[in-house]
Design a protein. Structure first.
Ligand code: SF4
Length: 234
């Protein structure tokens, strides 16, 4: 009987439940080689993973989804991280500029149809980029959203057709920040100005201390995810 990638995932998902992120990432690099990539939105979780990747899986391609609508502080952080780690991020983006989107689809699409805007500027470029990859590492944590609560450390990404690895799944926000301060890693200055979760500038607001960290995202809409971590069948 053939032992498929799905059998392997089922076996490892249980084994990895109590593993350190270092072990999971080292295994992934060994298992998938250059077919392994890491995604980052330059949030604190991604910075922790980036630090671990440099130790146990150096050379792993790290990419970000550039919507052309990120905060100036986020682009500045991207540059600081490149200098800190001595790496270059791969930019993944749609071919439709923001002004073309405004003219050809709708002005400020994010205000009226944020799902469509995310699909154009994030979900579709991600899917195209991952098409020839074998596995991707993400920084999602279980307590961020209801959808993420059901994730596994290693799982099959049905939407994109490859293995998805979530090494920080059971970490708390506090653990993430402890790690960042312990290793004196760069982070987005907006985190000190009331933005615990940072996405595109038009869709991110500061939140009151103690509020749900993601409550500043897509304010006024029911939306809580951009769509890249939702699992519709491919
Ligand atoms: S987060 Fe907002 S601006 Fe960014 S792609 Fe989604 S809807 Fe568009």
């Amino acid at each position: 009987m053939d032992f498929s990638i799905h059998d392997e995932i089922a076996l490892l998902a249980d084994n990895f439940t109590h593993s350190y992120p270092h072990e999971i990432i080292a295994w992934a690099r060994h298992r998938f080689g250059d077919g392994l990539v890491m995604a980052t939105g330059f949030g604190p979780e991604g910075i922790v993973i980036l630090h671990i990747v440099q130790q146990v899986a150096p050379g792993t391609q790290v990419f970000y989804l550039d919507t052309d609508l990120l905060f100036p502080e986020t682009y500045e952080l991207r540059d600081r991280l490149e200098a800190h780690f001595g790496i270059r991020f791969t930019r993944v983006a749609t071919s439709i500029s923001v002004s073309e989107q405004n003219e050809q689809i709708a002005p400020e699409l994010w205000a009226t149809q944020p799902d469509r805007c995310c699909r154009i500027r994030k979900v579709e470029p991600l899917r195209a980029f991952l098409k020839d990859k074998k596995a991707w590492i993400t920084g999602i944590r279980r307590d961020q959203t209801a959808q993420r609560a059901h994730s596994r450390h290693i799982e099959w990404d049905k939407a994109n057709g490859l293995v998805k690895i979530n090494p920080l799944l059971d970490w708390t926000q506090e653990q993430v920040w402890t790690y960042i301060h312990l290793f004196e890693l760069p982070y987005n200055i907006l985190h000190t100005r009331g933005y615990p979760s940072i996405g595109c500038a038009p869709c991110t607001r500061p939140v009151m201390e103690g509020a749900d960290p993601r409550s500043g995202r897509w304010v006024g809409h029911k939306k809580v995810e951009c769509g890249i971590h939702l699992q519709e069948e491919k």
